[in-house]
Design a protein around this ligand. Sequence first.
Ligand SMILES: Cc1cc2nc3c(=O)[nH]c(=O)nc-3n(C[C@H](O)[C@H](O)[C@H](O)COP(=O)(O)O)c2cc1C
Length: 198
Amino acid sequence: MATVLPAADNAPLRNYQLLTSLVVPRPIAWVSTLSPDGVPNLAPHSFFTVASTNPPVIAFTSISEKDTVRNVRATGRFTVSMVTHGNWQQANATSCNCPPEVDEFAETGTAAEPGDTHDVPRPADSPAHLECTLREVIEVGNCFMVLGDVQAFVVDENVLDETGRPSAIAMAPMSKLGGNDWAGLGEVFLEPRPVHQA
Ligand SMILES: Cc1cc2nc3c(=O)[nH]c(=O)nc-3n(C[C@H](O)[C@H](O)[C@H](O)COP(=O)(O)O)c2cc1C
């Protein structure tokens, strides 16, 4: 028998717990920005997905308007880097609630490297980055969904397969589950899509 929990009867925290435990696994956008004064900012966001493929647009959501959103609104640019088996503890460290004047790369000991198409620094220990410009911030309830146009895909050639496609196994992306749970990749297998025969 299923338990029915009408969302309207739940406290906001309960709905948050249900959403973050049921919408799993979530990929993690490690979002870097610059403040208007040029202070680098870095924070993980697991409310993250593709919004459009042509043009390439990605979306991440901030619960309340935090430094990341304020910086993106002010500067119009940001970079999303991939969180992997090799850097997830560093990414977790950057989720600290540092004040806006604190450089979160320096504060957490996260090595930075310059961007390619804009001046936003990015975590050096990540195999893939999406350099974005702000398309739109959409306010949804208590959240701020940031849509970004991808200006460049920056991918370490060591994680490209022989066809030039990023290999999930080589990148070893991490994902977020409910609570403080994280997960790596499970079994990876190949299955062609069905084609309707008229
Ligand atoms: C793995 C992980 C995923 C997270 N995902 C989100 C998210 O999707 N949205 C959000 O608002 N906060 C998320 N957080 C919390 C933010 O990283 C945290 O509030 C951070 O301080 C925000 O930084 P900012 O103030 O520099 O924007 C996440 C934290 C972790 C560890």
